[in-house]
Design a protein around this ligand. Structure first.
Ligand code: TMP
Length: 219
């Protein structure tokens, strides 16, 4: 499609979430392709990371170390990276009408730090308001899979990072916290059953995205 029907005004902010080994990389490429088919070329980015400084914070967060990282250290590092990412990349893109497609965002904090680490959701909410103001994703795609299956896949990829070393119980809590997010605000979320064959997963994504696009810009 050659026209750019969605490029005026503030851009849309779409995030992709899920537990380990859920197939985010493949499906993010597919989401980008779907958006391209509608004349949208999104800014591609990820969390933690997305800028030079935020990527340095990502290394601190992911690399396994002998000294255990305190939960609050982890939480503040995540929001420090996010603050940088928002100011340097996400907000400028949205403000100039570009769309942003981000591999994980604050729903991951509610899932991993809230669900996985059992940190207080109000603390996360306070940091969210402080760092983001009113900014929230317009659409969150949650790729959902049984953590057992996802972890097996993730661990085949090589040395596990600090999060991938967590227990199955941890990832069950992460998954439950993601699903809880959807219940609280169903309009902004799209759950994809990522345990299905790839064709079927991508069909679900396409249908969901088309509904979102149509809803924002009825013909
Ligand atoms: P990735 O492997 O999907 O790139 O994500 C890196 C890890 O960071 C992943 O295991 C989840 C974790 N993470 C959090 O714990 N909280 C967050 O807010 C974000 C964005 C990621």
């Amino acid at each position: 499609m050659s026209s750019l029907p969605y490029q005026h005004g503030r851009g849309c902010f779409i995030t992709i979430e899920g537990t380990e080994g859920v197939g985010k990389t493949t499906n993010i490429a597919y989401i980008r392709q779907c958006l391209n088919d509608h004349g949208i070329e999104p800014v591609m980015t990820r969390e933690p990371g997305g800028t030079d400084l935020a990527e340095s914070i990502r290394v601190l967060l992911l690399e396994p170390r002998v000294e255990p990282m305190a939960e609050m250290t982890e939480l503040f590092l995540i929001f420090a990276a996010r603050a940088q990412h928002l100011v340097q990349k996400i907000k400028p893109a949205l403000d100039t009408g570009q769309w942003v497609l981000c591999d994980r965002f604050t729903d991951a904090t509610y899932a991993y730090q809230g669900g996985g680490r059992l940190l207080d959701k109000n603390t996360i909410g306070n940091l969210e308001n402080l760092v983001q103001g009113a900014l929230r994703p317009d659409l969150v795609l949650i790729l959902d899979i049984e953590p057992e299956i996802g972890l097996q896949r993730a661990r085949q990829r090589g040395d596990p990072d600090r999060f991938e070393q967590e227990t199955l119980h941890f990832f069950r809590r992460v998954r439950a916290a993601y699903l809880q997010r959807v219940v609280q605000d169903p309009d902004r979320y799209l759950i994809i059953d990522a345990g299905q064959p790839l064709d079927d997963v991508q069909r679900q994504i396409k249908v969901g995205l088309q509904a979102f696009l149509l809803n924002r810009h009825p013909l």
